[in-house]
Design a protein around this ligand. Structure first.
Ligand code: NAD
Length: 352
C-alpha cells in the first residue's frame, strides 16, 4: 500500500482525462469525484475505475464533453438524457437542476437516462444535503452492469442497483445512506482480485451457480453472479430500481436485448424535498437531533463498539485520509500509472 495526497492524485487523473479528450473542467470534475470516493473509503468507485473509463472512452462507449439534455418536464418532474457523457458531469448537472427546482417549488424529481457511470451515488445525496434538502436516489445499470442473481435464481439478471438517501442535520455532517442492492459492489470484487484477497462468504456465485469466495471465478467463463443483499428484500428493492430508474425513464431495465446493453449505462431517478415545504425547518432540525441522539445512545452490542449513523463512517475516513493520505494498493497503482504513461503523462511530475 502506498499513500497518496488527494490533490496530487486528482491533478494526475484530471490530466489523464484531458489527454483522453475531455475539456479541463470536465476532466477535473471526473478526477475529483473518483478521488473523493477513495477519500471516503469507497475504493471500488474511486481511482480503480480510471483505466476502465479510459477504455470505454476509447471504445466510444462514453463520450467526452457531453452535457445533459432536457427531454421533457411536467410540473416538478424533469427528464434528462445524458447521451452517454461522463456520469460525473451528467450527475452534477442533474443535481444542480434538482436543487433549483426544490428551492423554487419545495419538491422536485429529476430522472436521468443514458448517463455514463454515475460513480458513488452518495456523492449526489451529499450535494443536495449541502443545499439543505432531503433526497432519495434509485439507480440501475442497463448495460454491462447485469451482474446480480435475483433471489431464488443463479445467474446474472439484475444490476447492483444502488439506492442512496441524504438528509442535512443542523450540527454535523449529513446523514447519507449509500448502498448497492447487491451483497457487495462489483468494484469490491475487482479490488479483492487486485489485492489477492478472498471474498466474504455467500456474496458471489460461480458460473455453475455454486457459492464461491474466489474473485477470479467471478470473471471466468461462464461468469459468476453476485447475490442480492438480504435475500428477497434486496432482490425486491433492486427490482424496483429497475422499474424506477429504467422502465420509468426510458433508459431501459436490465436486459441483454436492450439497445444500450453493449455499454455501461446508468439511469437514475432522484427525488428531493425542502424540509421547509413540509413540517418546517425548525421542526425538522429538532426532530433530526432527537432521532440521532436517541439512536446513537443504544448500548453497544460489542464492548467499545456502538452505533454508526449512515454516512458517519465515510466522514471519519475522509478526515483521516485528508490528514494522512489515500492508501492505494500496488496493483491499482500500476494500473493507474500505466494508463497515465500510455497517454504520455509522467507520474513523477505529480508524485516525486
Ligand atoms: P457499503 O456496503 O460500504 O455501505 C455503505 C453505506 O453503509 C454507507 O451509507 C455507510 O455510511 C453505511 N455503513 C457502513 N458501515 C456501517 C456501519 N458499521 N454502521 C452503520 N452504517 C454503516 O457500500 P456498497 O453497498 O458496497 O456500495 C459502495 C459504493 O458503490 C456506493 O458508493 C454505491 O453508490 C456505489 N455503487 C455504484 C453503482 C453504480 O452503478 N454507479 C453500483 C453499485 C454501487
Amino acid at each position: 500500500m502506498m499513500k497518496c495526497d488527494a490533490s496530487a492524485l486528482s491533478a494526475m487523473i484530471a490530466q489523464i482525462f484531458e489527454s483522453a479528450g475531455s475539456q479541463s473542467a470536465e476532466a477535473a470534475i471526473i478526477a475529483d469525484h473518483l478521488v473523493e470516493s477513495n477519500l471516503v473509503g469507497h475504493e471500488s468507485h474511486g481511482v480503480v475505475r480510471v483505466h476502465k473509463y479510459v477504455d470505454w472512452r476509447e471504445a466510444g462507449e462514453v463520450i467526452p464533453n457531453r452535457h445533459a439534455e432536457l427531454v421533457s418536464e411536467r410540473g416538478a418532474v424533469a427528464l434528462l438524457d445524458g447521451r452517454f457523457g461522463y456520469g460525473q458531469v451528467i450527475g452534477l448537472e442533474a443535481m444542480q437542476l434538482l436543487a433549483d427546482r426544490t428551492r423554487a417549488q419545495g419538491f422536485g424529481a429529476v430522472a436521468i437516462r443514458n448517463s455514463g457511470h454515475l460513480g458513488r451515488i452518495g456523492a449526489w445525496a451529499e450535494m443536495l444535503a449541502a443545499d439543505g434538502f432531503v433526497s432519495v436516489h434509485f439507480v440501475n445499470t442497463s448495460g454491462y452492469g447485469i451482474l446480480v442473481a435475483p433471489h431464488g435464481g443463479s445467474d446474472r439478471r439484475l444490476s447492483a442497483n444502488p439506492v442512496a438517501a441524504g438528509a442535512p442535520r443542523p450540527n454535523g455532517p449529513p446523514i447519507v445512506l449509500d448502498v448497492a442492492t447487491s451483497t457487495i459492489a462489483e468494484g469490491k470484487i475487482q479490488v479483492a482480485r487486485n489485492q489477492g484477497k478472498h471474498l466474504p462468504e455467500n456474496a458471489v456465485l460461480d458460473g455453475r451457480g455454486a457459492a464461491t469466495t474466489d474473485p477470479e471465478t467471478f470473471y471466468a467463463d461462464p461468469p459468476g453472479a453476485i447475490f442480492p443483499f438480504g435475500g428477497h428484500k434486496g432482490s425486491g428493492l433492486s427490482f424496483f430500481c429497475e422499474i424506477l430508474a429504467g422502465c420509468l425513464t426510458g433508459g431501459f431495465a436490465s436486459n441483454p436485448e436492450a439497445p444500450t446493453a453493449n455499454r455501461l449505462v446508468n439511469n437514475m431517478l432522484s427525488i428531493a424535498f425542502d424540509p421547509e415545504s413540509l413540517a418546517g425547518q425548525s421542526f425538522f432540525d429538532e426532530d433530526m437531533s432527537r432521532l440521532t441522539e436517541w439512536t446513537k445512545a443504544s448500548p453497544p452490542i460489542v464492548p467499545g463498539g456502538g452505533v454508526l449513523l449512515p454516512g458517519e463512517i465515510e466522514a471519519k475516513v475522509r478526515a483521516e485520509r485528508t490528514a494522512n493520505g489515500i492508501p492505494i494498493d500496488a496493483e491499482s497503482w500500476e494500473q493507474l500509472v500505466g494508463t497515465a504513461r500510455r497517454l504520455g503523462i509522467d507520474p513523477s511530475v505529480y508524485f516525486k
